[in-house]
Design a binder for this molecule. Structure first.
Ligand code: PRP
Length: 211
């Protein structure tokens, strides 16, 4: 039997994924050691391999078949646009992709004005404004602390993740429009899906029971 390889995005998502896998008897104790710099882990008994990568790289590893299975946020999966099968909503990491800004910015959206949109997710923002709203905007890619942009005058609005809403509240911003709901998803390489269909289907089935 060959190894089935999992790519997990480093951080909280990986922790929650390990918790979930544990519930169906798949363990990888070594991976819990936060002080370790090791990147790849093996469960010899079950013929499974796990590795940790940066979240946005998970769909890349899965598209190329370097990992058979990956777990990533739907935000990352949509943004990366890789050729992978999304097979399961894992139910955690729930949040929303939203267009946010100071209350007054709602008018710019209503009147389809040519505004600037700051975001870590330029593809999601482009798709929303161009294909769904049919509004021409200028997209400005940032790498974090997106809420700063409208405060310091870099953009009129942002396209960003809202979980509890406290970052927005503490910075005098609000949700103006909702783009889509998000959560952690399991993705599978299309070739692996065919070649290892029995093992993968069994895994999905067992996960469904505990989710
Ligand atoms: C995310 C997101 C928001 C915040 C939303 O940022 O970009 O800033 O969390 O969460 P809340 O609604 O619960 O306040 P993250 O902390 O991942 O860091 P970043 O700003 O570097 O992207």
């Amino acid at each position: 039997m060959r190894y089935l390889t999992f790519a997990l995005g480093k951080g909280r998502l990986a922790e929650q994924t390990l918790d979930l896998l544990e519930q169906i008897g798949i363990t990888c104790e070594e991976m819990r050691d936060k002080s370790s710099r090791k990147l790849i882990f093996v469960n010899e008994e079950l013929k499974l391999r796990f590795f940790l990568s940066k979240g946005p790289d998970v769909p890349t590893y899965v598209e190329y078949g370097a990992a058979d299975i990956g777990v990533a946020g739907r935000d990352t999966i949509l943004e990366e646009g890789r050729k992978v099968h999304e097979v399961l909503d894992l139910g955690y990491g729930r949040c929303r992709m939203c267009i946010c800004g100071p209350r007054g910015a709602g008018e710019y959206l209503k009147h389809h004005e040519l505004i600037r949109v700051a975001t870590k997710y330029p593809n999601i923002a482009k798709d929303y404004f161009y294909n769904i709203k049919h509004q021409t905007v200028e997209i400005i890619k940032l790498n974090g602390s997106i809420e700063l942009a409208p405060i310091v005058g870099l953009s009129e609005v942002i396209c960003d993740i809202v979980e509890t809403g406290s970052t927005l509240r503490e910075n005098g911003l609000s949700v103006l429009e909702e783009v889509c709901p998000l959560s952690a998803r399991m993705i599978v390489n299309p070739v692996s899906m065919r070649m290892e269909s029995e093992r993968i289907k069994d895994l999905i089935q067992r996960l469904r029971v505990v989710i």
